[in-house]
Design a protein around this ligand. Structure first.
Ligand code: NDP
Length: 295
């Protein structure tokens, strides 16, 4: 069974991005800038934001983090986004979710200029993706990272049956739509399963490529997987483990041990899809810089 090593691919990709940032700096005298807004003190969000800022700096981009108090009003946040939309030094804007309850997340998504929406959440970017204009949109980072993994591991996709479990706007829906596109690295027949799907194993056991984005530890078991399938595990779930120092460990939506006896290739958790998500955020930020500077 082949382990699809997202940690290694993300390192390769970050090195490639760093080289591109340096060469574009020579041409333009400028580097891409990513601004991340965090509202409130959610500990998991703080870790994500710190990691994004650190990786950004490692590859030579400018990273700015705007920290706002938990009682920030929607208007203040939208005004801040408006200023960033008009700031030529900012090529990517990201508002870390979840947001406090007084702020409408969709209003925030709509406020970000689609040409700086490096998360790819704006309906204009999602709409362009659905229409197949991948070179004229930002693809949301997790599905984009999975596409990159499939490509770098030469996983055959054309005509294959891809089953996506999960239909969130940030993972499941863009993922399924990507796999449907008539592109060299996609071109699948696609099925989407969700919490109302009857008999999920009926569908998953027909998948040549199975993508799990559910948020339930070990949901996909060996009996749900077709022998030889490629299994991509998006899930990040915390489970108690007294044997570890922290008392917990991270696992995916796939029962790794059981499924690895059946699948031909799999992403581990951690070290699979996760590291790719940040790398693709930086790739999108570089792409924004290239578009704005016509490079
Ligand atoms: P959401 O909670 O937004 O969506 C979960 C989806 O799974 C929903 O569509 C839901 O269906 C479906 N679902 C939930 N329970 C079941 C069930 N019992 N049977 C079938 N379908 C079910 O989660 P996200 O898409 O944001 O994230 C999914 C997982 O991926 C999480 O563990 C998250 O932490 C992880 N994640 C990892 C990333 C990475 O970089 N590796 C990035 C983003 C997320 P319904 O629509 O009917 O409610």
């Amino acid at each position: 069974m082949l382990i699809i090593d997202g940690k290694k691919v993300s390192l390769d990709l970050k090195n490639e991005l760093k080289a591109s940032v340096e060469s574009f700096k020579t041409i333009t005298g400028n580097v891409p800038g990513l601004t991340v807004i965090i509202v409130g003190q959610d500990p998991a969000s703080q870790v994500y934001v710190r990691n994004k800022a650190k990786t950004c700096k490692e590859i030579g981009m400018i990273s700015t983090v705007i920290e706002m108090p938990a009682d920030t009003t929607e208007k203040v946040l939208l005004d801040t986004i408006h200023d960033l939309n008009n700031d030529p030094a900012v090529h990517g804007i990201l508002v870390q979710q979840p947001l406090p309850k007084q702020i409408d997340e969709f209003a925030v998504t709509l406020a970000i200029d689609p040409s700086k929406d490096v998360d790819g959440f704006h309906p204009e970017n999602l709409g362009r993706l659905v229409m197949g204009h991948l070179d004229k949109c930002f693809v949301s980072c997790t599905p984009y990272g999975i596409l990159e993994l499939l490509g770098r591991y030469n996983i055959e996709t054309k005509g294959k049956h891809c089953v996506v479990v999960g239909r969130s706007n940030i993972v499941g829906k863009p993922m399924a739509n990507l796999m449907l596109q008539k592109l060299e690295a996609t071109n699948c027949t696609v099925t989407i399963c969700h919490s109302a799907t009857e008999n999920i194993p009926f569908y998953t056991s027909q998948a040549d490529i199975l993508i799990a984005a559910i948020g339930k530890a070990g949901f996909i078991t060996a009996d749900m997987v077709k022998p030889g399938a490629v299994v991509i595990d998006v899930g990040i779930n915390r489970i108690e483990d007294p044997a570890t120092k922290s008392g917990y460990r991270l696992v995916g939506d796939v029962d790794f041990e059981g499924v690895s006896a059946v699948a031909s290739a799999m992403t581990p958790v951690p070290g699979g899809v996760g590291p790719m998500t940040i790398a693709m955020l930086l790739k999108n930020t570089l792409q924004s810089f290239q578009r704005i500077n016509r490079l």
